[in-house]
Design a protein around this ligand. Structure first.
Ligand code: SAH
Length: 341
């Protein structure tokens, strides 16, 4: 048993079961703070790690939006959860030729992992970067250009389970020496009005909603845009989407806590709802395949001779459909590249 697992168990032994959100926050925190999980020999591979084309297309998207916004002299270019820094490196390389764009950029990265921060430092050598633990400390003194790939899926969610005619909060407790899921009756607001099927699970992501709400509020205040890419669904609904992945395979959630990547599917309907409430215009969500194709990845793939990487990023049965892209913007009149079909 790892030190982290022993710590989690003693926490539960002393204070009682923890809700799924607390459990996920602790497990994800430990996981990322202690490793670089990417690549064939790691646990999973993300789009920017598959091919440079991914970051290049996002560079095209951002530079196009910057031009359409009248080439502001200064922008805060912010990435949340930059992993190895590969996406940002590709974005910067692809946009070098846009006159005035690099001079305008102030680069901010939001990262909680010291291990990955070091990787980002290496990847972005020569760039002036400010790191932040959370979005809250990012300055609000210029238009915000925000990107995040596979970040929202790592933020903690809560789960509710329908049992014996009522919604219960799903928790992680102890059965003997082993972690196990349980359910407790609690007075909770915001529960669905409808009944569930016995044992049915309903997810709610307050941390994700709050994060998107904060970003949307800065876009409203300072102008700018945000681009979120993640796997998930277009419609809120029932279902347990919590999953653990280790060495490129799904593993049981409670088997080796803190040693597997723990994520949930992003509810894009909820993301769009939060952004609209704050007053942003919402583009998408559309499939990653459509987005990249609209930006011209096909041409680039031909030039780079990357037919296989192109297929992995865009084919519906690969990452093209399950991964979705949504953009938020302050100005309804601006047509963002990649979203017009
Ligand atoms: N965007 C990268 C990495 C995705 S993995 C890529 O596409 O390759 C998730 C990233 O988010 C990691 O860098 C992880 O350390 C970071 N992260 C996860 N939860 C976080 C949180 N609550 N605060 C800050 N960073 C977080």
């Amino acid at each position: 048993m790892s030190k982290f697992q022993a710590h989690l168990k003693s926490l539960i032994r002393e204070n009682g079961p923890v809700d799924v959100g607390t459990f996920m926050g602790l497990a994800v925190g430990h996981y990322y703070k202690t490793r670089d999980p990417f690549g064939v020999r790691g646990d999973f591979t993300t789009a920017p790690e598959i091919s440079q084309m991914f970051g290049e297309m996002i560079g095209v998207f951002i530079a196009d939006a910057w031009l359409k916004m009248g080439s502001p002299a200064a922008i805060n270019l912010v990435e949340a959860g930059p992993g190895r820094g590969t996406l940002m490196m590709d974005v910067l390389r692809a946009t070098k030729i846009v006159p005035g764009f690099h001079q305008a950029i102030r680069l901010h990265l939001i990262e909680m992992s010291p291990v990955l921060k070091e990787k980002q430092r290496e990847a972005l050598m020569g760039e002036q970067v400010t790191w932040h633990e959370t979005f809250v400390s990012v300055p609000q003194d210029a238009p915000l250009f925000f990107i995040a790939n596979e970040f929202l899926d790592a933020l903690p969610i809560q789960q509710y389970i329908w049992q014996d005619g009522a919604w219960h909060l799903r928790v992680v407790g102890l059965e003997g020496e082993n972690l196990s899921f349980g359910a407790v009756m609690v007075p909770v607001s915001n529960l669905p009005k409808h009944h569930g099927p016995e044992g049915g699970i309903w997810e709610h992501a307050p941390a994700r909603d709050a994060f998107v709400g904060d970003v949307a509020a800065v876009i409203k205040k300072c102008s700018g845009l945000a681009l979120f890419i993640d796997y998930g669904h277009n419609q809120s609904g029932m279902g347990d989407t919590l999953q653990a992945v280790r060495a490129h395979k799904f593993v049981p959630l409670l088997d080796d806590v803190g040693e597997a990547d723990l994520t949930s599917h992003v509810d894009f309907e909820a993301v769009a709802r939060v952004a609209r409430v704050v007053g942003n215009t919402v583009h998408g969500p559309i499939g990653q395949g459509d987005f990249l194709n609209n930006l011209g990845i096909g041409l680039r793939a031909g030039r780079l001779n990357q037919a296989e990487e192109f297929h992995r990023l865009t084919a519906p049965e690969q990452m093209g459909d399950l991964f979705k892209v949504v953009a938020l913007c302050h100005d309804p009149a601006i047509k963002l590249a990649g979203f017009d079909t």
